[in-house]
Design a protein around this ligand. Structure first.
Ligand SMILES: C[S@@+](CC[C@H](N)C(=O)[O-])C[C@H]1O[C@@H](n2cnc3c(N)ncnc32)[C@H](O)[C@@H]1O
Length: 514
């Protein structure tokens, strides 16, 4: 079975999440991102954690985060850094906590199948707190080089702390049972027990089957030939399970990307982007002072598609309708400032609006931040903006590298609700846009209902009002032709396996003069 890996953007101090063990969907083995095994060295002398009755802080913290994700829908990439900081973990233990947390969250779909086979019980019948402990134990036993006795003993101790005394015997029995079969054989057993091809793919790649089907449709919609879809799907699932590299955006006009230093290299894709070595980016002076920001290159391109769709005319007003946490707002505002335009940001969730204010604090005249329901802005501010970004709330299925638990958070039934909200946000943006203005519709999901389906719907609803602009041409220009795109189309779909970005979707529209 797979070792887990930890990539640079898994560093919890960055709050980006993601990274780690990968599962090859056709390779018949959940595979690691880079094939290297990381984790505690078996040859290390016994630590206090090896003694009965004690639990290493990294394991305790990982379990707390995994539990909060399950019980409270917590975001691992937000909760983990605060817990690590509160516990004062050194960088080795912070790394271990990160690997345990993200690796377990990512591969829990696979581990649950192993647990069912080893325990003879459906996981639905296992107490949630006990299941968390078992999944965490599985990750150590099947994907990390943790010594068996440490993984089992500490899991038993964790079970004692979070569940009943009787649960300790169950956890001990199940985990010891798992150790009696080599990791590779567990994979075979899981595959043999799968019900059909999609279920086998779901098991090996630790993605829900509905997500796999949505990816397959999205690849086909992006023009991938039918015969290539299975291969690209395989690459995509593997990329999803691999840590994203650390990328930064140098805010134009605030810092020159050549001056950021600290071992960063210019991004081959984004003209404002940098790729950074692993480590804590807050140690980079430009990141510390907010003039450079951790941001996926796909997100950078989505913002630049709007700011560079055409030359900026001084005095233009731009709106970022769904702004939290503010990554694109900061880049848009920096671009706008250089052209003499101003930006208003809108984010209805107060805590996220606070993050937007922090994200733009380095700008000399930061954007105003509204806290309104974006669906009402069109009525309240008709024909008021020259450019509007709708970076819509979505399933987030394009950002699984950074948010490993997101795949388990959403269900197919969530898609319809999101599609309805996206549509209302688009309509509100159309109303708020000045005639002749430009609208960018962006999602970090490749789900066709949230992407091309929304484009077709908008053009159907606004036949005399909207025309689609060629976002592929805009981004070819922005990237100096460095961008790999799907079949020729006006919209852009980026992919982790093709572009090394999140799976961002970008469509551009112009509002026709009345
Ligand atoms: C995909 S995120 C935006 C990411 C952001 N543009 C960035 O780059 O950092 C979508 C945002 O839309 C917000 N949102 C949810 N419902 C909304 C609504 N009715 N109106 C406006 N924004 C909404 C969410 O709170 C979330 O912060």
């Amino acid at each position: 079975m797979s070792p887990s890996t930890r990539g640079p953007q898994d560093d919890p101090r960055r709050g980006t999440g993601g990274g780690g063990a990968a599962a090859s969907s056709t390779g018949r083995r959940p595979a690691s991102g880079d094939g290297k095994r990381r984790g505690p060295d078996r040859r290390k002398p016994a630590t206090p954690s090896d003694r009965p009755g004690s639990v290493q802080p990294a394991r305790r913290i990982a379990l707390e985060v995994i539990r909060a994700v399950r019980e409270d829908d917590a975001y691992a990439n937000l909760l983990l850094p605060s817990k690590i900081a509160a516990a004062g973990l050194d960088s080795a233990d912070a790394g271990l906590a990160t690997e345990l947390t993200y690796g377990t969250l990512r591969l829990r779909g696979y581990y649950d199948r192993v647990i069912e086979l080893a325990s003879g019980r459906p996981v639905a019948e296992i107490d949630g707190a006990v299941l968390d402990v078992l999944e965490l134990g599985c990750h150590q036993l099947l994907s990390m080089r943790v010594a068996t006795h440490a993984a089992v003993n500490e899991s038993v101790e964790l079970a004692r702390q979070v569940a009943s005394r009787s649960a300790t015997g169950f956890v001990n029995g199940v985990l010891r049972g798992i150790t009696r079969t080599p990791a590779s054989e567990w994979l075979e057993k899981v595959m043999d027990a799968a019900t059909d091809d999609d279920d086998r793919l779901a098991a090996a790649a630790s993605h829900p089957a509905w997500v796999i089907r949505a990816f397959r449709r999205a690849l086909a919609a992006d023009g991938v030939p039918a015969a290539d879809v299975p291969f690209q799907l395989d690459e995509l699932l593997e990329a999803d399970n691999t840590a994203a590299a650390l990328s930064l955006a140098a805010l134009p006009g605030l810092v020159d990307r050549d001056d950021v230093g600290a071992g960063t290299e210019p991004s081959p894709l984004s003209p404002v982007g940098l790729r950074a070595p692993s480590g804590d980016p807050t140690g980079i002076p430009a990141v510390h002072d907010g003039t450079a920001r951790v941001q996926d290159e796909g997100s950078q391109l989505a913002a630049l598609a709007l700011s560079r769709a055409r030359p900026i005319v001084e005095g233009e007003r731009w709106l970022d309708l769904c702004a939290g946490p503010g990554g694109k707002t900061a880049l848009l505002a920096a671009e706008a400032r250089l052209g003499g335009a101003t930006v208003v940001a809108n984010e209805p969730v107060p805590a996220r609006a606070g993050l937007v204010r922090r994200a733009v604090a380095a700008l000399p005249e930061p954007p105003v931040v509204w806290e309104r329901d974006g669906t009402t802005v069109g009525d309240a501010e008709p024909e008021s903006f020259d450019r509007i970004l709708v970076d819509a709330p979505c399933t987030g299925l394009g950002a699984l590298r950074r948010r490993p638990e997101a795949r388990w958070r959403k269900a197919p039934s969530d898609v319809a609700e999101l599609v309805d909200l996206q549509q209302r946000l688009i309509d509100s943006a159309v109303a708020a846009l000045k005639p002749g203005g430009v609208l960018a519709y962006v999602t970090c999901s490749p789900h066709v209902g949230e992407t091309r389906g929304q484009v077709q719907g908008a053009l159907r609803r606004w036949p005399d009002t909207l025309e689609q602009l060629d976002a592929q041409a805009v981004l070819r220009e922005v990237t100096g032709d460095a961008i790999a795109l799907g079949a020729p189309d006006a919209a852009v779909q980026l992919w982790p396996h093709r572009n090394s970005t999140d799976a961002m979707f970008v469509a551009l529209f112009r509002k026709l003069p009345a």
